[in-house]
Structure formats: C-alpha cells, structure tokens
Write a protein that binds this ligand. Structure first.
Ligand SMILES: NC(=O)c1ccc[n+]([C@@H]2O[C@H](COP(=O)([O-])OP(=O)(O)OC[C@H]3O[C@@H](n4cnc5c(N)ncnc54)[C@H](OP(=O)(O)O)[C@@H]3O)[C@@H](O)[C@H]2O)c1
Length: 295
C-alpha cells in the first residue's frame, strides 16, 4: 500500500534535517519528502503550486524560514516574503490537510517568562513580528497548528545553523563569548523536539502549542553545561549581565511552559542538564534521540 506523503519544508535546515532523519524511527507510516530551497524557492508561487500538484501531500510540517534575527533585520521585506507570504501560500494549499507551522518563542518580549499559550504576544524584532503575523494566518484554519519552538540544540546538515554551532564557531575564531546570567531560555535538544513533533502529528489535536525543554536556564548556565560536552568552549566563555549590553533590544526571559503539548506525549520533554547527564557515545550526535527512552 502507498504511504501518505508528509512534506517537510526547510529540509536542509536544522529541524527539517532532524525530522527527516528521525522519520524511519518515529514516523514509519509516512513517506517523508523533504523540500530544500534548491528544489523549490517557497517565494515562487507557481513553482510551489506545480510541486503541490505532483506530490499531493497529506501532511505539511513547515520548517522553512528566514530564521536568523540579524538577516531579518537587514532585509525585512525578504523576511516577510519567506516567513509570512510563503507560509500563507502553503497554508492555503494545505486547507484540507494538517499543516504544522513552526513559530518561535521570539513572538514574546521576554518581560514575563514561563509563557503560556494564552499569554499576549509582543515581538521585539522583525523575525518575531513576521512569525507573529504568520501565526495569525495559519490559525485562521482551525485544523492547522502553530508550534512555538524554543532554542534548539543540534547539529545541522551544513554545521552552521544551531546556537551550539554558532557558539563553537565564534570561539574557534578566537572571540570571547559573554553569556548573560540574567537572560533565560528553555533549550531543547533537536532529537527530543522532532520526536515530540512526530507524536504531536499522530495525536490529531491541532492548535497552538509551546515546545521547549523542561528547564529554564540562563545563557551562562547553558554555556557552562555545553562546555562539559565541548571543552574548547570553557576558556572562551565569560559571564555577564544583559544590563551592560549595548545593542538592539533583547528579550530577557523567553522561557515557555510546554505543559499543554507534554500532556499529549508518551515521553517527558527533557531539560538540557538532564539530557547531557546521560553522556553520548563517542561518534554519536549528542543531540539526536538515542537516549530519550532512558529518561
Ligand atoms: N533552531 C531554533 O533554535 C529555532 C527556535 C525557534 C523557532 N525555530 C523555527 O523553526 C523552524 C525551523 O528552524 P531551523 O532552525 O531548522 O531553521 P534553519 O536551520 O535556518 O533552516 C531554515 C530552512 O529554510 C530554508 N529556506 C529559507 N528560505 C527559503 C525559501 N525562500 N524557500 C525555501 N526554503 C527556504 C533554508 O534553506 P537554505 O538552507 O537553502 O537556506 C533552510 O533549509 C523555523 O521556522 C524557525 O524559525 C527554530
């Protein structure tokens, strides 16, 4: 029998890559097809439409985005084309199938922390504003879902996408990293994130959800935990306060409560500390899902 097709956009990105690699384990009932920008630029409406007609997907997990805040600030028009317009086009094409849109904790301003799905949003940057706008578009269809994803730790196909890879690259270039003790996130390992996404799809409970790690950690705590795994980081990180930072506005506390999605899952969402406590085997990707079952 033919399997239904699950279309994953942003297949060459961090989360899209993990979704595809993890599918044989967590989503065997789907024929998973990843779409990269090289295969179809999602801002090209006629190309997308033609591809849709060929593939007839039964599910879309929409990971493609202009996801770097600095790139979005530099080119807000392109950020809107990719993050809002392309999302609307896909959500419209997917009007009669489940459509899962990955949004971000950056729709919040970070003044409150421990955000619930019912909390008011107030993005501080172009990236967050485009995500907030796309959320509205997607949520017009009650069968569609918006998942606000937290800071995700992982190894991307191009080795230059995750915040972990950014940190490693920065220190490899000889730059010291100041990590704030008063800026908080709920980082989640990519392996656990994609397992949760695949399980979520099977639950058939569309809506708005937060998906992050269960531990609220400061940037400094995150850095010191990572230094246990990547010793090269240790001599190059120092603690600091966001109060001493001069630059564009930052969100002090983007921690989110993920209890709503947790109630649908068969496993406990891990925190970063707990994840790293079970040491990966040498050669393994430390961020994949090999160790989730043991928690
Ligand atoms: N990673 C995180 O920490 C995090 C946190 C919160 C929310 N999110 C959200 O989760 C989703 C996935 O994130 P990610 O970390 O996997 O992002 P990513 O690594 O930056 O990947 C984004 C993907 O989108 C593709 N893309 C960009 N413009 C495109 C276009 N015009 N047409 C087609 N594809 C295009 C990119 O293709 P190229 O490789 O060719 O550029 C890339 O494959 C995004 O919506 C992001 O905003 C991520």
């Amino acid at each position: 029998m033919m399997k239904p097709i699950a279309l994953i956009t942003g297949a060459s990105g961090l989360i899209g890559g993990y979704l595809i690699r993890s599918a044989p384990r967590w989503a065997p009932r789907w024929e998973v097809r990843g779409l990269t920008r090289a295969e179809a630029d999602l801002t090209d409406g006629s190309h997308v439409q033609a591809l849709w007609g060929q593939w007839h997907p039964s599910l879309v997990i929409h990971c493609a985005a202009l996801s770097r805040t600095s790139v979005c600030e530099r080119d807000p028009a392109q950020a809107r084309r990719v993050n809002v317009d392309a999302t609307k086009r896909l959500a419209d094409l997917a009007h009669d199938i489940p459509f899962v849109f990955l949004s971000s904790d950056q729709v919040f301003d970070g003044l409150k922390g421990n955000y619930l799905e019912a909390d008011e949003i107030h993005p501080l940057n172009v990236y967050g504003r485009t995500k907030a706008e796309a959320e509205q578009v997607v949520r017009q269809n009650p069968a569609h879902s918006v998942i606000r994803v937290a800071l995700t730790a992982g190894t991307s196909p191009t080795h230059d996408r995750s915040f972990v890879e950014d940190m490693l690259r920065t220190v490899a270039q000889g730059t010291r990293l100041t990590l704030f003790t008063d800026e908080f996130r709920c980082p989640i390992p990519a392996g656990a994130l994609v397992r949760a996404l695949w399980e979520f799809v099977d639950c058939k409970q569309p809506g708005l959800y937060h998906l992050g790690g269960r531990e609220r950690l400061s940037r400094w705590e995150i850095g010191t935990l990572l230094a246990g795994l990547y010793p090269d980081l240790l001599p190059s990180i120092q603690s600091g306060s966001v109060a001493d930072f001069y630059g564009p506005p930052r969100s002090p506390d983007l921690s989110m409560c993920s209890d709503k999605i947790q109630a649908l899952l068969s496993f406990r969402l891990p925190g970063l500390r707990q994840w790293l406590a079970s040491k990966p085997r040498i050669g393994d990707d430390p961020w994949d899902d090999l160790r989730v079952d043991r928690q």
